[in-house]
Design a protein around this ligand. Structure first.
Ligand SMILES: C[S@@+](CC[C@H](N)C(=O)[O-])C[C@H]1O[C@@H](n2cnc3c(N)ncnc32)[C@H](O)[C@@H]1O
Length: 267
């Protein structure tokens, strides 16, 4: 379904469940930081990045997300793709192996992650460029990329910055693809949190997964964030689902584009 609409003003206080979130849903949110967002827990942060890569490979997330991204540039012969919040490079690696001519810019805001990616195979890949980049300030001219993809990362940003990702992603790329954790209905969300809770103090990945779940945006929140960024951003919500397991999530998929660029290209 495609949504467009008017801007809302008080975005920073919008609940993660969206402007229409229920009383219970509004209790299931946090502004607490994940290890991944902190500068004082480097060891745990690295453990989470390694786990994300391992789980992504084991459950096929990297390849699955790469196929979703490539579907969106199927009509572009040699697509230029920007990966934001790459973490470990797994998705970019899959993009490069699945598409013979795609040029991929692999980025993350976290310098240590970028250095680790650059030191590996992607650092030498002839069709990859590895760079530090903030998804809220994309260092590229308007429309430079055919696609920007931000996987399992959008929930890290509080509302005002998340809206900025919509603005920047649809400015720098023809399409912005956001793949993120789904936000289940409140009763199921509680069940998921209770199942995760025992591992939270023991396993860094579970700690971050628990916080991620509380920070995940609902479909109505995603639409409100895009509207806040610019009412001319079109948002297509593709999936997500209530019955997700923490290990095999059915992701929430959002494709956004700035309508002005489509009109400009047509004329
Ligand atoms: C949960 S990890 C996801 C990593 C990888 N995309 C995946 O799917 O496994 C979130 C990533 O988003 C990055 N991140 C957080 N805020 C960001 C921002 N403002 N711009 C770019 N990346 C950001 C973090 O450094 C981290 O690598």
């Amino acid at each position: 379904m495609v949504y467009m609409g008017t801007q809302i003003t008080d975005i920073e206080s919008m609940p993660s469940g969206g402007p229409d979130a229920s009383w219970l849903d509004r209790r299931l949110q946090t502004r607490r930081l994940e290890y991944l967002d902190r500068d004082d827990v480097e060891h745990r942060k690295r453990a989470v990045v390694r786990s994300l890569d391992r789980f992504g490979r084991f459950f096929g997330h990297h390849e699955r997300f790469a196929r979703l991204a490539l579907d969106d540039v199927a009509d572009v012969p040699d697509p230029k793709i920007l990966e934001l919040g790459s973490g470990h490079g797994g998705l970019s690696r899959a993009l490069l192996s699945l598409h013979p001519t795609a040029q991929v810019t692999v980025t993350d805001v976290e310098p240590t992650s970028v250095a680790a990616i650059a030191a590996g195979d992607l650092g030498d890949h002839p069709r990859a460029t590895v760079r530090e980049m903030d998804a809220t300030h994309i260092d590229a001219p308007d429309g430079y990329f055919d696609l920007a993809v931000f996987a399992m990362s959008f929930h890290h940003l509080p509302p005002a910055l998340a809206a900025q990702v919509f603005a920047e992603g649809t400015r720098a790329a023809d399409k912005l693809l956001i793949i993120d954790l789904p936000r289940p209905p409140a009763p199921l969300h509680i069940a998921r949190l209770v199942a995760m809770l025992p591992l939270v103090p023991l396993v860094p990945f579970a700690h971050d997964g628990f916080i991620s779940s509380l920070r995940a945006y609902s479909p109505s929140a995603l639409v409100a964030l895009a509207r806040h960024a610019d009412p001319a951003i079109e948002v297509e919500l593709r999936s997500g689902g209530a019955f997700n397991s923490p290990l095999v999530p059915r992701p929430q998929v959002v494709v956004a584009s700035w309508r002005g660029r489509q009109l400009r290209k047509r004329h």
